[in-house]
Design a protein around this ligand. Structure first.
Ligand SMILES: [Zn+2]
Ligand SMILES: [Zn+2]
Length: 372
């Protein structure tokens, strides 16, 4: 796989992992045509840019700074994306050209280069393959859910009507479904090379428990395969989200906060960003705190590390030295622990012109400390 590690996303489900590999193989099986189309577009674009660049460099149409300050347009400033300068043949040590005038005398030592074009085409190809796998697997994981009883799966592609028309068949224990899985793509070349991809997946038929279904929707297929009703499924999802610490306001309308970019969530109080008038997916402060605490404990630290000392414990701390950190027995582990404290000087009883040396602790946090 490329940058996107889909296998890792679905590591807990062997069936989905297997389907992920199949999707990738299926894409690769027809991928040479896609890769060739991408290479052709990127190379043609590079050769056109190169011809234009050499013409303009030679004629003097390019002049002045190659890399002007921010905001100023400079045509062909990325000339090395499609051209190479042969410094050795020009008997020049490699140097950085600042202006077109500096580069112009060497025009005969510049040649076309397709290295970058090829790299971009390959990158685009890998990106396309990854998102093909990712998008289809996302849909399939919704309908398959937690089932892992995959018996067989087949994907076949044909080139029809200008795109890859695919047929996907999935066999589970006592269940079967079939879908149309397509790869459509267009490579636009003006003004830049920009490939567009689409990967529609439509469920065509299903057979579950001996019964046949035509064109089930994603939701219908999910219910058929899992036996879990839509209402129950929603409840399960809400319960799972809560168990994972997600605030139920996640993704909900931000109400009167809608026009702000950030606000306190009315559900959990967390400072939350708002996108498209909805609260971003966020965990409750309690869940965040628990996660931090468990991370600390895992690495051998007391979960009270960096936490606030309770008011009751603060009240037990008498006057302390105004300099240096006070200590107190940690409420969790009992160890005498250094505090990051806010203090007020005690001026009472200090003679005129003298310096206060004692202070009273107003509030404090435990320093990070290890569990014994
Ligand atoms: Zn919240
Ligand atoms: Zn402690």
């Amino acid at each position: 796989m490329g940058k996107l590690d889909v296998a890792k996303l679905y590591k807990d489900n062997a069936a989905l992992k297997r389907i992920a590999t199949m999707l990738e193989d299926a894409f690769n099986s027809v991928g040479e045509r896609i890769r060739a189309d991408l290479l052709k577009a990127y190379r043609e674009n590079a050769m056109d840019s190169y011809a234009d660049f050499i013409g303009k460099l030679d004629s003097g149409a390019l002049s002045g700074e190659i890399y002007p300050r921010l905001g100023k347009f400079s045509e062909h400033k990325n000339w090395q994306d499609y051209a190479t300068f042969n410094a050795k043949a020009a008997k020049q040590e490699y140097r950085h050209f600042r202006t077109w005038e500096e580069l112009r005398p060497f025009v005969n030592f510049i040649s076309a280069s397709l290295k970058k074009a090829d790299a971009r085409a390959n990158e685009s190809y890998e990106g396309a393959r990854d998102s093909f796998v990712y998008k289809n697997l996302g849909k399939l994981s919704k309908v398959i859910g937690k089932r892992q009883d995959l018996k067989n799966a087949v994907i076949k592609f044909d080139w029809q009507g200008g795109y890859f028309k695919g047929n996907l068949q999935v066999y589970l224990e006592g269940a079967y479904f079939r879908g149309d899985i397509d790869i459509k793509y267009v490579v636009r070349t003006i003004p830049n090379v920009t490939p567009y991809y689409q990967y529609p997946l439509v469920f065509v038929e299903a057979e579950v428990g001996g019964k046949h279904y035509q064109r089930p929707s994603e939701e219908e297929l999910r219910v058929l395969l899992s036996g879990v009703s839509s209402k129950k499924y929603e409840e399960q999802k809400v319960a799972e989200a809560a168990a994972e610490g997600w605030c139920p306001m996640s993704g909900k309308d931000a109400g009167k906060s809608a026009t702000k970019r950030y606000d306190h969530c009315p559900g959990c109080g967390a400072w939350t960003s708002i996108q498209h008038y909805k609260f971003r997916k966020h965990k409750t402060p309690a869940a965040e705190k628990a996660a931090t605490a468990s991370k600390l404990t895992e690495s051998g630290y007391c979960p009270k590390s960096r936490e606030k000392v309770s008011a009751a414990t603060i009240a037990t701390i008498g006057p302390v030295s105004g300099y240096g950190d006070p200590k107190v027995a940690c409420e969790h582990c009992g160890q005498l622990t250094r505090l990051d404290a806010q203090k007020d000087w005690i001026f009472e009883g200090v003679p005129q012109g003298g310096h206060a040396t004692k202070a009273i602790v107003k509030s404090a946090r435990y320093y990070k400390h290890k569990l014994k």
